[in-house]
Design a protein. Structure first.
Length: 254
């Protein structure tokens, strides 16, 4: 009798935290994705780093390229064997970088500095990380092609009224559940109707061997009815058996 192999899918919640010691020089010039990006360490601090890219660039050096495309600001970097937290985006960091299409600010970064993305005229979307609490004046001024903003922060303290001047006030602004009153106060440039509360859940769904099948999130709930549906789909010749916690429901609601 032919023996059937069993598909084993598993679910893992991602929530790792890291602690890094800092010991570094004053200005770092890091090649990232083929471009030089700059990370500035304030003189009065040894445990915070500010991300910076387009200013201070020597345009006569062909290795220095303007930030373009889909930009991700990392929350930590490694340089010459040393590890650093990136805690903020420095003043004028990407001012006038018209080639940037999207920006994702990683969790762990707390401040978006003055003029940070000013005049990024082709910038279409911004994802603000969960730890951002301050957006300084003119941070996104004249980003006229912005199509949406998503903020994961539930602790936004200060935002200048001028931070989004020139951005269409009617674009959707996606925010975490139960934070609309806070954003109506601190991001009052946007009318109340622009804010869309969105369920934010972080899961990683995978299988023990991809050639046996696949597992994926197939449905999300809402703020009022929070849940996620996961589904395992075996390849031909295999069948689903159970999740790593022994549950045998497929699809499965969490």
């Amino acid at each position: 009798m032919k023996t059937r192999k069993i598909l084993l899918a598993f679910l893992a919640f991602i929530g790792a935290m890291y602690s890094i010691n800092v010991n570094a020089q004053y200005v770092l010039h890091l090649p990232i994705d083929g471009k030089y990006q700059h990370f500035y360490l304030p003189e009065d601090s040894v445990d915070t780093v500010w991300a910076c890219a387009s200013n201070w660039i020597n345009w006569d050096n062909p290795n220095y390229l303007e930030a373009t495309g889909d930009l991700v600001i990392p929350s930590e970097i490694t340089f010459q064997g040393n590890h650093y937290f990136v805690k903020g985006i420095y003043w004028n960091a990407f001012n006038g970088c018209n080639g940037i299409r999207s920006v994702e600010i990683s969790d762990g970064i707390s401040t978006i500095g003055m003029n940070a993305f000013k005049d990024c005229s082709r910038l279409k979307s911004v994802i603000v990380g969960a730890d951002v609490y301050s957006v300084e004046p003119y941070a996104f001024v004249n980003c006229t092609e912005m199509e949406f903003i998503k903020s994961k922060s539930i602790n936004m303290h200060t935002t200048s009224q001028l931070a989004f001047e020139g951005v269409s006030p009617t674009i959707p602004v996606y925010i975490p559940c139960d934070t609309k009153p806070m954003y109506e106060e601190v991001w009052d440039y946007f009318p109340s109707g622009s804010f869309v509360e969105e369920l934010e859940m972080t899961y990683d769904v995978s299988v023990n061997s991809s050639w046996q099948g696949e597992a994926e999130i197939t449905e999300w709930g809402t703020c009022e009815n929070p849940y996620v549906e996961i589904t395992a789909t075996p390849n031909s010749g295999y069948r689903f058996d159970h999740w790593n916690d022994g549950n045998m429901e497929n699809p499965r609601i969490l």
